[in-house]
Design a protein around this ligand. Structure first.
Ligand code: TPP
Length: 477
């Protein structure tokens, strides 16, 4: 989104449409593709709401976006456009609301061009989180796909704003990631409290005024503009302290940046969260500390070729479950919602992107532990990856993946903490599942077993829905 004046020096081939929305009057909007980095997954083309779609969900008429074959000439032209686009000023924070899809998408992603499979279902969640909090984020990443495409060193898809701020990212092990993130949280909190104590000492030594010290400790940091204002205060503080030989001044200078609120995130797959790292995850969520967990749930250990986890649904074929998984899927969301102090959300971008934006914002705002369990379609499911988001929609429509948010804060306000965001199932579990090879292959190799497991799976879904609705009702009373 740009002011018309900013586009004066744009290359001739640079495209921009009139922006839609009252607050954007007179502005221009561009969706610029980096042709050097596009992997041709077609997801953007598939989901574009401007395109008319046929019965099979595929666009029949392209409007805003068109897939074309890359060429040297195209690359050259779009390289110039990309360079120009990347140097355009960022949209002003006051013009957008990052609690909406539109607002969130006008912010610069600080995660770009990963080496994940074309059409990966995990990466859009990461991109979105970095759009919302990337400039002050710390990420502990469990080993898995997200640590491989997220840390393909010496390159990294994690990026930075023009001022150099971006996510701080690290990966420890597969099995200790929640604890690793907890360590980040505790360090950040300790540094911030130390900075607070040193501010008092600095005031006592007359290095700064009491008014300034109070502003630095009491400033509200709930919006992006407030965060930027706090950064300015910290810069002013550091300028005052710089070069001083006073011990307090020296120590405060080194921890002053922690006076700006940080956002601690813990990323990992279902193999980590449901199985190998579960004990640690449980411990960290029960600790009450302010961390945000994002489970990128592909329902298998994706990075090592698709082994079953406790998230794998019954009837699906996976490694170690060649004859179809016999046991039902573990309902981790419901488990953690019984703790009472944990924010829990179950989300699926392909089904309801608005709910995902809401959940991520709520999880971050909640001053305690949060977990978001995000459905991520995967190449291991044996699907057409270009239609992964449609498959997500079907997972929700069948009731296999109910969408909900459990916010303990609401309970404190005397409201029902559980909010169910998806409707009663409209299609059967088989209607959803048989669109994926992981279920279909059993039907071919062992039809009787496939039918038996499919019938049990339908019962699993029915039971889980009944349970969810019962929970909602119980919390209502
Ligand atoms: C203790 C340990 N066991 C096994 C591995 C090998 N390993 C690396 S990634 C991975 C699978 C991760 O699966 P998941 O957590 O579901 O994440 P995804 O790849 O699906 O995103 C495994 C088994 C390891 N790194 N450490």
């Amino acid at each position: 989104m740009s002011k018309t004046a900013d586009l004066k020096k744009a290359p001739k081939s640079f495209k921009a449409a009139n922006a839609v929305g009252k607050q954007f009057k007179g502005m221009k909007c561009t969706v610029q593709v980096s042709t050097q980095d596009c992997v041709g997954c077609t997801l953007c083309f598939q989901v574009c709401p401007a395109h008319k779609k046929g019965k099979d969900g595929k666009p029949t008429e392209a409007k805003a976006l068109k897939m074309v074959t890359n060429s040297e000439a195209l690359r050259k032209r779009e390289d110039a456009n990309w360079k120009f686009f990347m140097n355009l000023p960022e949209i002003e924070n006051s013009m957008i609301s990052t609690t909406t899809i539109k607002g969130s998408q006008l912010k610069r992603p600080l995660f770009e061009f990963s080496g994940a499979c074309g059409g990966c279902g995990e990466t859009p969640y990461i991109k979105l989180v970095t759009q919302l909090f990337g400039d002050r984020m710390l990420i502990a990443n469990a080993t898995g796909c997200s640590s491989i495409y997220g840390g393909n060193l010496p390159t990294t898809p994690y990026s930075q704003r023009a001022d150099g701020r971006g996510p701080a990212w690290s990966n420890s092990l597969f099995e200790d990631n929640a604890e690793y993130g907890l360590g980040m949280r505790q360090t950040v909190s300790k540094m911030a409290s130390q900075a607070g104590e040193l501010l008092d000492a600095a005031y006592a030594e007359k290095l700064i005024t009491k008014k300034f010290a109070t502003e630095l400790t009491k400033a509200s940091q709930n919006t992006q503009d407030e965060i930027e204002e706090q950064r300015e205060r910290v810069a002013e503080l550091k300028a005052k302290l710089e070069g001083s030989s006073n011990v307090i001044a020296k120590r405060l200078y080194h921890v002053a940046d922690y006076l700006v609120k940080k956002s601690v995130w813990i990323f990992g797959g279902d193999g980590w969260a449901y199985d190998i790292g579960y004990g640690g995850l449980d411990h960290v969520l029960a600790s009450g500390e302010n961390v945000n967990v994002m489970v990128l749930d592909t329902e298998v250990y994706s990075n090592t070729g698709g082994q079953m986890s406790k998230s794998t649904p019954r009837a699906a074929v996976a490694q170690f479950a060649a004859g179809g998984k016999k046991m039902p899927k573990k309902d981790m969301g419901m488990i953690f919602s019984t703790y009472g102090n944990v924010y829990v959300a179950r989300v699926a971008l392909g089904a309801n992107p608005g709910q995902v934006v809401k959940a991520i914002n709520e999880a971050e705002a909640y001053d305690g532990p949060s977990i978001i369990i995000a459905y991520a379609h995967c190449i291991n499911h044996g699907i057409n990856m270009a239609l992964g988001l449609d498959q997500q929609k079907k997972a929700v429509a069948s009731g296999h993946w109910p969408l909900y948010r459990y916010n303990p804060q609401l309970e404190d306000e005397g409201k029902n903490p559980l909010h169910i965001d998806s409707k009663e199932p409209t299609i059967s579990f088989a209607d959803y599942a048989l669109g994926e090879n992981r279920y279909r292959m059993l039907k071919m190799s062992n039809p009787e077993m496939a039918d038996e497991l499919m019938a049990m799976s339908q019962k699993d879904v029915d039971k889980a829905w009944k349970f969810l609705k019962g929970r909602f009702k119980a919390l209502e009373e």
